[in-house]
Write a protein that binds this ligand. Structure first.
Ligand code: ADP
Ligand code: ZN
Length: 608
């Protein structure tokens, strides 16, 4: 694996999560790989494709991404192509000819023969599955299904064509399939395995942590000042600003432009040419900031996005995580900032209720959306390590606070909270783990009302044990316990109930102490100290880095590709730091593969 990795991609090692996935694929087994955005999913089928003898078919829902991938692969000397509806007939014919070529040769291959063919499910199944049937006559070694969560109607991007992909297993029964997604939830996972009819599949779930991203939430005060401050802390570096409406993408872009920051909007209502231009200007580093609607920012797959700002609240934690995940795919320090405006929640709730679907399922769906929004609001208001909460949401625990988020930068007053937690848990336990947060608050406060009387809870020993604090305080602590994974929140149809888990038991038995953030009634909403996120280049290395960037831009314009296709930022940083003196040393830089060495080595050495 490693020599092939170095030869084509220039990297020295696989990431820890990639290795087992790739080994499983190479062993000819079906695989489901779940990795966060930026985790390096593509490598999990691209490297096997280069090692396996035949052709790899890659199914991907987004045309823009296919184009980018093929472009990058080609620059690395890998023979890849795509077929989709955006191409002219001639372009499609060219690809067909290359496929015909493979068909004629049967199992023999020459150096320039096609190795990877990308297509969309629509194209694959079009014209009575003509293309698909054609592929059955070719030596196919691997089928990769990207964004595999699209098969699931539970997910947010359900694509009906994806659910027809079960046919792949029928037509290629002995070819391994790898499905990839960044969506972690259980139902989606189960759906993927079932709908694609994978045989004895092995599922690999990698950590969702993105350690290079710094998280920050600022309560909305003077939002433009907040945003501009943030952007100015990343001079000349690319970033995305996510907005809720098309109108606000335009307003924000206009305002930024007025202040001298090169910014453009990006949303579905722009005319085709403006859309394409703004997009490619961003990819090509011609503008610094793209202000995108959430629906439209999906295709932005640029590895050197240094920051993501949320001008409005995202819908839920999954969306937030996916959107912020577009920062720092290349692994370099990056930052995510959210401007928290509580009134956005009203707008989002109107969206949720606006869908007029009746029926129990639709109602349930809406209830779940509201609950997910609640969790996001708690995330915004927390004083605990943000990464801990994000990862907790994906059922992942971290051993210590991250030291790379605003809450870790500005620690709040913590108190010994074990007794508080025990009181809450005891109230949950004694009422049978069937009630929600507000009711548990009533029990703790000993409130005699219709409900507490009806259920006979006024006689419980825990009834009224929390009279020393008011209800807001108890709600504040209960939410913290949920965030910390010490108690569970369960969704049982429309009812949200609190329950105990293994961690709760450890706390109840006194084996695990709990630290809580102290409740303060009217918290001052002042702006907090910002820790500057930087790369660790010295001054002279930075100067060289900037020059290397300049050369990269020149080459990129000459070859009509985005700069990151020439070399990634990380590779330029390695070059700036290590200063290779000759082609041999240059070849050793991570990110320099064989073809790029020959093509660009001398020019870069000259600048060094
Ligand atoms: P995903 O599809 O999971 O969001 P990508 O496949 O786009 O992630 O990969 C993210 C970035 O990581 C890309 O720029 C890619 O070149 C880089 N990358 C992938 N694997 C490695 C590796 N083994 N070493 C260094 N960089 C890698
Ligand atoms: Zn933290």
């Amino acid at each position: 694996m490693l020599p092939t990795l170095k030869q084509y991609f220039g990297y020295d090692k696989l990431r820890p999560a990639q290795e087992p996935v790739i080994s499983n694929v190479l062993a000819g087994k079906d695989t489901l790989a779940i990795m966060p955005t930026g985790g390096g999913k593509s490598m999990c089928y691209q490297l096997p494709s280069l090692i396996l003898p035949g052709l790899t078919v890659v199914i991907s829902p987004l045309i823009a991404l296919m184009h980018d991938q093929v472009q990058s692969l080609t620059k690395n000397g890998i023979t890849a192509a795509y077929i989709n509806s955006s191409q002219s007939t001639e372009e499609q014919d060219q690809v067909w000819n290359r496929l015909k070529d493979i068909k004629q040769k049967g199992h023999t291959r020459d150096e320039g023969d096609l190795k990877m063919i990308y297509t969309s499910p629509e194209r694959l199944l079009a014209n009575d599955k003509y293309f698909l049937n054609y592929l059955t006559g070719l030596p196919i070694s691997l089928v990769a299904i990207d964004e595999a969560h699209c098969v699931s109607s539970w997910g947010h991007d359900f694509r009906p064509e994806y659910s027809q992909l079960s046919i792949l297993k029928e037509l290629f029964p002995s070819t391994p399939i790898i499905a990839l997604t960044a969506t972690a939830d259980q139902l989606t996972r189960k759906d993927i395995l079932e709908k694609l009819r994978l045989t004895n599949p092995k599922t690999f779930i990698s950590s969702f942590d993105r350690p290079n991203i710094h998280y920050r939430v600022e309560t909305k005060a003077d939002p433009y000042e907040q945003l501009i401050d943030f952007i100015r802390s990343w001079p000349d570096q690319a970033g995305i600003v996510y907005c809720l409406s098309r109108k606000s993408t335009e307003e924000v872009a206009a305002k930024l432009s007025k202040l001298g920051i090169k910014a453009k909007p990006y949303h579905a209502n722009l005319d085709k040419s403006a859309k394409e231009k703004n997009f490619s200007d961003f990819m090509d580093d011609k503008i610094q900031v793209i202000c995108a609607t959430i629906a439209f920012g999906m295709g932005i797959d640029k590895p050197n996005v240094r920051f993501v700002a949320h001008w409005n609240l995202p819908k839920n934690i999954e969306s937030y995580y996916q959107e912020t995940g577009r920062a720092g795919r290349d692994g370099l320090p990056s930052e995510a900032m959210l401007i928290y405006n509580p009134s956005d929640a009203f707008t989002l709730r109107k969206f949720i209720d606006g869908d007029n679907n009746t029926g129990t399922n639709a109602q349930l769906f809406r209830a779940v959306q509201h609950d997910k929004l609640d969790r996001l609001l708690e995330f915004c208001q927390t004083g605990h390590c943000r990464r801990r909460i994000l990862l907790q949401y994906f059922q992942e625990k971290i051993a210590s606070d991250c030291n790379n988020c605003d809450c870790c930068d500005n620690p709040r007053l913590k108190i010994e909270g074990t007794v508080i937690a025990q009181k809450i848990m005891s109230a949950i336990y004694r009422t049978g783990q069937r009630f929600g947060i507000s009711y548990i608050g009533d029990i703790l406060l000993g409130i005699v009302n219709e409900r507490t009387q009806k259920y006979g809870h006024t006689a419980l020993p825990t009834f009224g044990i929390g009279k020393d604090q008011d209800k807001d305080t108890w709600l504040f602590y209960m939410n913290q316990l949920i965030d910390l994974g010490i108690i569970d929140i369960k969704y049982d149809g429309f009812i949200k109930t609190l329950g105990l888990n293994e961690t709760s038991m450890n706390v109840l038995s006194g084996n695990k102490p709990v630290e809580l953030i102290q409740y303060k009634p009217k918290e001052e909403k002042t702006r907090v100290k910002r820790a500057k996120v930087t790369n660790d280049l010295s001054e002279s290395d930075t100067e060289l880095f900037e020059r290397l960037r300049g050369l990269r831009t020149v080459i990129a314009r000459r070859e009509k590709v985005p700069p990151f296709v020439v070399f990634g930022d990380q590779t330029l940083q390695f070059i700036a730091r290590l200063r290779p003196k000759n082609m041999f040393e240059f070849a050793n830089i991570s990110g320099v593969g064989r073809v790029k060495l020959q093509k660009y080595g001398r020019e870069f050495l000259e600048v060094i």
